[in-house]
Every structure is written in structure tokens, then in C-alpha cells.
Write a protein that binds this ligand. Structure first.
Ligand SMILES: Nc1ncnc2c1ncn2[C@@H]1O[C@H](COP(=O)(O)OP(=O)(O)OP(=O)(O)O)[C@@H](O)[C@H]1O
Ligand SMILES: [Mg+2]
Length: 302
């Protein structure tokens, strides 16, 4: 069974303009999806429909076989959601927030206590558990929101900008926690982010959206291939003969298009036998950023 199936989903707030326009995609269990697009492209609106918070204007979607419109209570049980702004009670402590949301999910008291300790420790909030949330820093609020989203061990996790405002160490901890949930528990993660380097690091698939329309959906390789982006071998070295098909990038770097990584050994061998020196060699596809601009803005990929 797929984790998420979306079919011809649309949303209009004013009855005229569709801010989500007939989108369709499906997502395997355990995938980490990066849902990427400019401000106002319809990401949060999509997430809010999939969580059962907003009613679609047209189309349908299922999460683990449950229709998002007819089974909202099941959807709330299955899904964990972390929104762009912290959704917790500011006048009580972090720990009290977790107890409150845990009880809403009817988690038994012993299990809940263990879960809370685990989340507070994994998200480096244990030392701040008895502080009121209003006294938390931005990054701490973000992490307590994530802990709340995870309290009932959701099978599908929706994250809107999970690492913005986090310092590098907290960002790393959040990333590890998300990765572990996907790899070890099979949790499906659907995240909206503008941090493309971060998405490239953690996501297994990507969806590009602009003006409410899906422009591409799939693995990096699939998306790169459909834009005809070629693999390259980039070599830094000396005396690399252009007769081997390299073009010079700068002082000591050279680039050559390759069809597969199997070709690399022979190319490097040829450089050495022709008197060249190699300091560094790597194979490279385009970056996620290049792919993003190619899908969203129509830029050409080299
Ligand atoms: N409650 C609302 N009522 C009316 N229009 C809305 C509402 N929420 C969002 N919109 C509009 O819908 C469009 C899509 O907004 P949405 O929040 O889904 O974008 P987004 O991709 O999440 O953007 P961002 O990257 O800035 O978070 C925008 O034009 C926005 O102004
Ligand atoms: Mg948004």
C-alpha cells in the first residue's frame, strides 16, 4: 500500500483562483519527500488538505488508505504535523505540553512518560523541560513543536520548514531523528523546505510545485534524466590533455561528460599514462538547486 495517494487535488480560497491546481502524485511508505517551490506556490495549502485541516475544492487524496475528507479522525491519528509557526501552549512548560498532547492521543501513562523522555533527550530539550514555552528561544520552540508532532509516533509526518531557525547542531539532531524514523520505523516524511542543500542531504524523492501546479515528482535521478542532465567527471590536476575530451574549467580543473561511473577508472588511467597528474576526481550530476531552477524557472542545466 502506498503511504500517500493524491489525485487531481485542487484548492481555491476565493472560488476563482486555484492556489493548488489539479495535482497528482503518489508516495511509497518510508520515503522522505522534499516538496519544493517558491513562496505562495501552494505547499502549505497542500499539506493542510492532506492533514484534513482544509477541505479540497476538487479531487481526492488518501493517507494509508484513508480518505482525507471522510476519515479526518483517522488522519489525525496517523499523521504528525509540524507547521511553519509553533503550535503549542506558551504558558505551560515544554513537558506539560507533551503530556497534554499525549493525553489527547490517549497514549497510556507509562508509555507516554517514556516517549516524552525520549523526545526531550533526542531533541536536546531535557534541560529545558520545566521552562515555560514562552521563555524558549525560536529554535527551542521549533523543537518542542516537532516533539509534539512526534508524540504519538505517527506513521506519516508532515513538516513545514523543519530546520529554519535552528543552529547547526540542533539542525543535525533534527535531521538524524527524521532519518531514523524513516529508516527504522518506516515513517513516511513529507517536508516543505526552501533549504535545498538540506533537502538534497535528507530527501529520497522530490516534488516541485509552482503556481499550484506540480512540475516534477520523483527521485533525483528521474528528475535529472527527464531534464537531460548529464553526469560529469571533474578532475583537478596538472597536464591533463584536452585530447582526452576534457574541457578546462579553471586553472587546474577539467570536466568531461560521462555516461556511467564505470568509465572513470579508464579515464583516470589514461590521464596518468599521458603524463598528467591527478589531485582530486569526482563524478557530479547537477545540484538540487540547479534542478529546482530548471523545473520552477525553466533554467537550462549544463
Ligand atoms: N487562508 C487563506 N486564505 C486565502 N488565501 C490563502 C490562504 N492561505 C494561503 N493563501 C494563498 O494561497 C497561495 C498559496 O499559499 P501557501 O501558503 O500554500 O504557499 P506556500 O507554498 O506554503 O508558501 P511559503 O513558501 O511562503 O510558505 C498564496 O497565494 C496565498 O496567498
Ligand atoms: Mg508555506
Amino acid at each position: 500500500m502506498k503511504a500517500i495517494i493524491v489525485e487531481n487535488l485542487s484548492k481555491s480560497y476565493d472560488g476563482i483562483n486555484k492556489v493548488v491546481d489539479n495535482i497528482s502524485f503518489s508516495i511509497e511508505k518510508g520515503a522522505i519527500i522534499g516538496f519544493l517551490g517558491p513562496n505562495g506556490s501552494g505547499k502549505t495549502t497542500t499539506v493542510r488538505m492532506l492533514n484534513g485541516v482544509l477541505t479540497p475544492t476538487a479531487g481526492k487524496a488518501e493517507i494509508l488508505g484513508k480518505d482525507i475528507v471522510n476519515h479526518t479522525i483517522d488522519i489525525h491519528k496517523i499523521c504528525g504535523v509540524m507547521t511553519e509557526t509553533a503550535a503549542c501552549y506558551e504558558n505551560i512548560t515544554g513537558k506539560e505540553n507533551l503530556f497534554f498532547f499525549g493525553k489527547l492521543h490517549e497514549i497510556n501513562p507509562t508509555e507516554l512518560k517514556e516517549r516524552i523522555d525520549y523526545l526531550l533527550k533526542s531533541l536536546q530539550l531535557y534541560d529545558h523541560k520545566d521552562k515555560k514555552v514562552k521563555e524558549y528561544s525560536t529554535g527551542m520552540k521549533k523543537r518542542i513543536s516537532l516533539a509534539i508532532a512526534l508524540i504519538h509516533n505517527p506513521k506519516v509526518l508532515f513538516l513545514d520548514e523543519p530546520t529554519s531557525g535552528l543552529d547547526p547542531e540542533s539542525g543535525k539532531n533534527v535531521t538524524e531523528l527524521i532519518r531514523n524514523m524513516a529508516y527504522e520505523n518506516g515513517t513516511t516524511v513529507f517536508m516543505c523546505t526552501h533549504q535545498l542543500k538540506y533537502a538534497e542531504d535528507i530527501c529520497t524523492e522530490y516534488g516541485f510545485i509552482n503556481k499550484g501546479k506540480i512540475l516534477g515528482f520523483g527521485s533525483f535521478q528521474e528528475l535529472a534524466e527527464s531534464k537531460n542532465s548529464k553526469k560529469h567527471l571533474v578532475v583537478r590536476g596538472k597536464h591533463i590533455s584536452e585530447s582526452l575530451g576534457f574541457s578546462k574549467l579553471n586553472e587546474d580543473s577539467y570536466r568531461k561528460e560521462i555516461n556511467s561511473e564505470e568509465e572513470i577508472s579508464e579515464i583516470l588511467y589514461n590521464i596518468l599514462t599521458q603524463g598528467g597528474q591527478i589531485f582530486e576526481a569526482k563524478s557530479k550530476r547537477c545540484s538540487l538547486e540547479e534542478l529546482y531552477f530548471s523545473y520552477v524557472r525553466g533554467d537550462k542545466i549544463e
